[in-house]
Design a protein around this ligand. Structure first.
Ligand code: NI
Length: 139
C-alpha cells in the first residue's frame, strides 16, 4: 500500500449531520474509513460503466424450487456460460424457497447477459446483480 495523504473537505452543516447519523447507523468508527469505502464504491461503479476488460459480480436469486424444473433450467443456463460462472452457493431457505449466490466473472456484457437470463427465468422471484470488482485497481 502506498503512503496515506490527508486532506480536508467542506460540506454543508445539514449534510454533515446526516453523514454523522449514517456513519453511526452503519457502524463506522471514523469518517476516513467511510470515505475510503465511498470512493471505492464509486470506482467500482465506474469500472463497470467503462469496462472493456473483466468485471466480477455476484448474482443473488430467490426462487420456488417447486416451480417446473427451475433448478435444472438455471443449471443449464450456468453451463452455457462456462468460464463466466465461477461458483455458486445454494441454500434451502425453507420447504419451498431456495437462495443462490452465483459468482460471475468475465466481460461486462457476458456477465450482464447471463445475469439477465437467469433473473428473467420464470419462477425466479427475486434477482439482483451486485457489481463487485477484481480489486486490481482498488487500494
Ligand atoms: Ni434448495
Amino acid at each position: 500500500m502506498g503512503k496515506t495523504i490527508r486532506f480536508s473537505i467542506s460540506i454543508p452543516e445539514e449534510l454533515s449531520k446526516k453523514l454523522e447519523g449514517f456513519l453511526k447507523k452503519k457502524g463506522y468508527r471514523n469518517r476516513s474509513e467511510a470515505f475510503r469505502d465511498f470512493i471505492r464504491a464509486s470506482l467500482v461503479e465506474e469500472e463497470w460503466k467503462d469496462s472493456r476488460g473483466e468485471v466480477v459480480g455476484v448474482l443473488s436469486i430467490v426462487y420456488d424450487h417447486h416451480m417446473g424444473a427451475l433448478s435444472e433450467k438455471i443449471t443449464e443456463i450456468e453451463h452455457s456460460y462456462l468460464g463466466c460462472v465461477i461458483s455458486s452457493l445454494h441454500i434451502h431457505l425453507d420447504e419451498d424457497h431456495c437462495l443462490e449466490a452465483i459468482v460471475l466473472k468475465g466481460k461486462k456484457e457476458r456477465v450482464q447477459k447471463v445475469s439477465d437470463e437467469i433473473i428473467s427465468t420464470k419462477g425466479v422471484i427475486l434477482g439482483k446483480l451486485l457489481a463487485a470488482s477484481t480489486g486490481k485497481d482498488l487500494v
